[in-house]
Design a protein around this ligand. Structure first.
Ligand code: PBG
Length: 329
């Protein structure tokens, strides 16, 4: 065959493949999500095999290990005791609560670790919704936007006082980024960043996470505030609003089934983009490889390189620590 152009030449050896590789993963790309609970006991999370819910006492040692692996950022998710959950979620801004205590302990032991906190009410309210719930006469529920934003501001200020580097609203209320920025600035926390879950979809892939925190909605679903999985243009509308309101970084969530959204968002902003490989994505890989049906390491790395190739700068993944160890080896 007369073929002057043969793309296979660029794939003929590992060395050439490495030279022409367009996308690479490094430990610095990752944020490790960490679950934490009160007390002294660590628990295996039944709905997320392989993931631990750390006790307050042992999470600091885990953060030290992460730092030793090259992970530079974590995001914290609390499991709040049922006794502390109320309909107004007031525990979320208690300066002596679980998350502020844990932030202080981590910052004392590992000051260079970037601590990101989740700003949303679902672990704290009795309703399991990201916002405050109004119960309507017909028995249905309504998530109150503006009243929720006020509580989210109190929560973010509480995290800032404890030493959070980045607050990360995952609630999808309208106007929350502007309100958080104004509240932080008014309290002289202008150095605290906002990583906004801008394009967060109403996804069934979050199921295992809600099991981990016992935070599933008691009534209704999250479709009146999280985005419809059918929509792409709406993601651009959301990210432009968050950018205009002062977000420092934007997030697309979930990641794997939303690579087109990551790519579109990349074309529409110069801000850093984070993508969250969520609990259901984790579980699909874990369970299929536990059954011997997939090559676990190869599939994990491929799923993550795809997220980065699509345009994400930052990847939140339950595999972060393990991948950082592989990348070092
Ligand atoms: C809470 C929150 C959720 C996740 C991150 N923050 C659950 C939800 O929105 O229902 C999901 C993460 C995952 O599935 O791994 N607002």
């Amino acid at each position: 065959m007369h073929l002057p152009i043969r793309p296979r030449r660029n794939r003929k050896s590992a060395a050439i493949r490495a030279l022409v590789r367009e996308t690479t993963l490094t430990a610095a790309d990752f944020v490790q999500p960490l679950f934490v609970q009160e007390g002294t006991q660590n628990d295996a999370i039944v709905s997320m095999p392989g993931v631990t819910r750390w006790s307050e006492n042992s999470i600091v040692a885990e953060v030290r290990e992460l730092a030793a692996c090259g992970i530079q950022a974590i995001v914290l998710f609390p499991k709040i005791d049922d006794a502390l959950k109320t309909s107004d979620a007031a525990e979320c801004y208690n300066d002596h609560g679980l998350i502020p205590r844990v932030i202080r302990a981590i910052k004392q032991a590992c000051p260079e670790m970037c601590v990101i906190t989740d700003v949303a009410l679902d672990p704290y309210n009795t309703d399991g919704h990201d916002g405050l719930v109004e119960k309507l006469a017909d028995g249905s529920v309504k998530i109150a936007n503006d009243a929720t934003v006020e509580i989210l501001c109190r929560q973010a200020l509480c995290h800032a006082r404890a030493g959070a580097d980045i607050v990360s609203p995952s609630d999808m209320m309208d106007g929350r980024v502007a309100a958080l920025r104004a509240a932080l600035d008014a309290a002289q926390w202008e150095e605290v960043s906002i990583l906004s879950y801008s394009a967060k979809y109403a996804s069934a892939f979050y199921g295992p996470f809600r099991g981990a925190l016992d935070s599933a909605p008691k009534a209704g679903d999250k479709k009146t505030y999280k985005m419809d999985p059918a929509n792409a243009r709406e993601a651009i509308r959301e990210i432009l609003l968050d950018e205009a309101q002062g977000a420092d970084m934007l997030m697309v969530k979930p990641a794997g089934a939303y690579l087109d959204i990551i790519a579109k968002v990349r074309e529409n902003t110069t801000l850093p983009i984070a993508a969250y490989q969520v609990s259901g994505e984790y579980l699909m890989i874990q369970s299929a490889s536990a059954a011997g049906w997939l090559d676990r390491k190869a599939v994990i790395l491929e799923s993550l390189i795809a997220i980065k190739r699509a345009g994400a700068d930052i990847i939140l993944s339950y595999f972060a620590k393990e991948v950082a160890q592989w990348l070092r080896a």
